[in-house]
Design a protein around this ligand. Structure first.
Ligand code: PML
Ligand code: MG
Length: 257
């Protein structure tokens, strides 16, 4: 689903569902498009496609939450975390400027981790990780496990599933996400190395910016990354641990360099 108002991106979402859930799923996506805090769309595009190949099965990323108490602590944590993962300081600055730009991209930016070279074919549209989902029986279990956090479980579980597909690409070093919902102020840093790390206060309430950056290796072929993210169907068929809240400095020290 993609919803927009003129050139402005309002919301987007995707999933993989059994055929007998189609009607209710499409209705729920439409409802969501019409009720987003970014505004009222004048165009909603819903695309339904039959999968022609069996999805690849992957394990969910383990979930962590750091106790960043404000905006500057949140960004300090993200910067230190990305640097531990091999992202250069310059590339971090570029990623932050993309995410904090008032021109919200519809999809994610792809940036080479060291040189900061942009690699997505269309810089306005970006790349959307699609054809991803979670086995229906696992969702209630995940919701239950996320219940101890003061968070919107639907938002978190969707984001974890997406981040799990992204982290399963051999070319992606890390992902940084800040919601473009003006009232959703927790973002995440995710990588195979760290798991999915929730970062509270990555934006201040009311900020309209947001976005995703996928940091990729210097050598990879951009077309291979885009094909995997946009075309290869992937489903989470195994849950991982949901950890308690941890001090950001302790988390940084635990990253394997
Ligand atoms: C989005 O708006 O889709 C991004 C959601 C990020 C969720 C972060 C979290 O709370 O785990
Ligand atoms: Mg959004």
């Amino acid at each position: 689903m993609r919803a927009s108002e003129g050139e402005k991106h309002i919301s987007g979402a995707e999933g993989l569902y059994p055929e007998d859930e189609l009607q209710e799923t499409v209705a729920a996506y439409l409802q969501r498009a019409l009720q987003h805090d970014r505004g009222e769309p004048d165009r909603v595009v819903l695309t339904v496609e039959r999968l022609e190949e069996e999805p690849q099965l992957i394990e969910m990323q383990p979930v962590y939450t750091v106790s960043t108490g404000n905006y500057s602590e949140a960004w300090r944590f993200v910067k230190e975390g990305l640097i531990c993962l091999g992202v250069s300081g310059e590339t971090f600055n570029l990623a932050r400027s993309i995410i904090e730009s008032p021109d919200v991209m519809r999809g994610a930016a792809i940036v080479r981790a060291v040189s900061g070279v942009r690699a997505e074919p269309d810089m306005l549209r970006g790349v959307r990780a699609t054809r991803l989902g979670i086995m229906p029986g696992l969702l209630p279990v995940l919701y239950e496990a996320l219940g101890r956090f003061d968070a919107d479980r639907a938002v978190v579980s969707e984001a974890v599933v997406l981040a799990s597909k992204v982290a399963s690409s051999p070319y992606i070093v890390a992902e940084l996400c800040v919601s473009d919902d003006p009232f959703y102020t927790t973002g995440y840093l995710s990588s195979k190395n760290t798991g999915y790390v929730r970062v509270p206060h990555i934006k201040e309430k009311g900020m309209m910016n947001g976005g995703r950056v996928f940091f990729v290796t210097e050598e990879c072929v951009a077309g291979d990354v885009v094909r995997y993210l946009e075309e290869t169907p992937v489903m989470v068929n195994k849950l991982s641990d949901i950890h308690d809240i941890i001090n950001p400095d302790e988390f940084i020290c635990s990253i394997n360099r």
